[in-house]
Design a protein around this ligand. Structure first.
Ligand code: GBH
Length: 467
């Protein structure tokens, strides 16, 4: 077999957007600076037993102070795009009311620094850090919070709108609702299926309200980022197209969000589950019209497929209320340090399904990546497995483009090792290693590989990762 060096492999379309992603609470630190208010993650991470080893985002990657160095790093890697999130509690410390200009100053500086380096900023307005004072009023289970979110979105637009082209409202409303209010593994840590379904609806409502307010304020492009995954039947369900386990989980994970946002309708099978878990009173006439705003881009966060089978009597999974009688399988095969299966073909089938079902919306992979047990040796991090993961998923993305999917770009999760939510700093997703004791950044081999991919706008011949 040839080494492939210098030979051409899959090439991406001209203008394909190469980038990396992060989120505010996971990297910024500076939890108490410049008038920042408390978020649900400040509270949750301090509750005993919620986050591994009691880690918090108090310091994280200290990006709040080191953003200029981090932008230089992005420029060195040749990134064309950087996806970050804006911390609502920096902008509106109490969740609503007067704007805190010093909080917006930070994003102002960050955006200018990115633009000065030729990097397009892709802000996300909500990546799970709800102001604690809004949680005290019910959080996302309260309808009012959706309206507060739209006010907040406009406040950020007022300050940054002259330099931002694409506005993403939410990151992964499924996770915010079902891990935050359903299983309680994420902040605010509530454990109620009814609360989770209410939260999911109000997150969608907040998306719609913010999207329409941003559009009215002059925003050029609106995006919504969802965590989506193909749901694959296993065992007896493997060759059974109409498997109930597959369609139920697909409804809860994917269609619950795709259909209201992109088609202005509720999937009836999901609605039936919602009705059994607290009722439908929180859904008002006209809500679907609000939620169904024109979308320019659908952001896709893909990590792995979901594997399920019908198993009468199985308890189901707490993050999927209504999944009683479904077994969640973990087929044999390679996994990441999160114990998540590695299955690049899932990205291809997901992209093709979205291109088929929602052909009008542009697609952007807003997150894809993996945690592995990285170690520094002689000042280098030889993360061969991550290169293999990324290479495989980029090949899958390329195959989907070749088959007609309108995929505009790919943003790796993550630029930096960071605060991995309930896992604290133990799980490293970065293409850049962070030594948290010194805040030293070390680009891993995957970062250097990614720089090559970006500069040739394509992959080299043959897989680089599995050797
Ligand atoms: C993203 O969420 C987040 O946006 C980001 O902040 C985070 O750091 C990153 O991922 C890495 O975790 O049940 O074993 O099949 C990821 C959402 C939802 C992806 C659950 C994996 C199931 C794994 N995740 N999912 S498994």
């Amino acid at each position: 077999e040839t080494s492939g060096r210098g030979e051409t492999g899959p090439a991406f379309p001209d203008g394909f957007i190469w980038g990396a992603a992060t989120a505010a609470y996971q990297i910024e630190g500076a939890w108490d600076e410049d008038g920042r208010g408390r978020s649900i993650w400040d509270r949750f991470s301090r509750l005993p037993g919620k986050v591994a080893d009691g880690h918090t985002g108090d310091v994280a990657c200290d990006h709040y102070h080191r953003y200029a160095e981090d932008v230089r790093l992005m420029a060195d890697l040749g990134l064309a795009a950087y996806r970050f999130s804006v911390a609502w509690p920096r902008v509106l410390p109490t969740g609503s009311g007067p704007v805190n200009p010093r909080g917006l100053d930070f994003y102002d500086r960050l955006v200018d620094e990115l633009l000065a380096h030729g990097i397009t900023p892709y802000p996300t307005l909500y990546h799970w850090d709800l102001p604690q004072l809004l949680e005290d009023e019910g959080g996302w289970t309260s309808r009012d919070v959706a309206y507060r979110f739209a006010d907040y979105a406009v406040a950020v637009h007022d300050r940054l709108g002259d330099r931002i082209r694409t506005w993403t409202t939410l990151n992964e409303p499924w996770v915010a609702a079902f891990l935050g209010y359903g299983s309680g593994v994420h902040a605010p840590g509530r454990q109620s299926p009814a609360a989770a379904f209410r939260a999911a609806h109000h997150l969608l409502l907040g998306h719609g309200l913010a999207a329409s307010a941003l559009r009215a304020a002059g925003a050029a492009e609106i995006a919504l980022t969802l965590n989506l995954a193909p749901v694959i039947g296993t065992g007896a369900c493997e060759r059974h197209d109409a498997c109930a386990a597959v369609s139920t989980v697909d409804g809860l994970l994917n269609r619950q969000f795709l259909e209201p946002a992109l088609r202005g309708r509720h999937p009836l099978d999901v609605l039936e589950i919602v009705a059994r878990h607290g009722g439908l009173e929180h859904i008002e006439d006209g809500d679907l019209e609000i939620i169904h705003q024109p979308l320019d881009l659908l952001g896709i966060n893909y990590y792995n497929p979901s594997f399920v089978s019908c198993a009468p009597g199985a308890p189901g999974d707490r993050v999927y209320p209504g999944s009683e009688g479904i077994r969640f399988d973990r087929p044999a095969g390679p996994t990441t340090a999160m114990d998540w299966p590695i299955a690049p073909s899932g990205l291809e089938s997901l992209l093709l399904r979205l291109a088929r079902d929602y052909p009008e919306v542009g697609l952007l992979v807003t997150e894809n990546g993996a945690a592995f047990d990285d170690v520094v040796r002689d000042g280098r991090v030889a993360d061969t497995e991550r290169i293999g993961y990324l290479d495989g998923h980029l090949r899958a993305a390329h195959a989907a483009i070749s088959a007609g999917a309108d995929l505009r770009g790919y943003l790796v999760w993550s630029l930096l090792d960071n605060f991995e939510w309930a896992y604290g700093y133990h799980k490293r997703f970065g293409i850049v290693y962070v030594d948290f004791a010194t805040q030293r950044r070390i680009p891993k081999e995957s970062a250097l590989w990614y720089r090559e991919v970006i500069s040739r706008n394509g992959l080299s011949y043959g897989s680089q990762g599995d050797r």
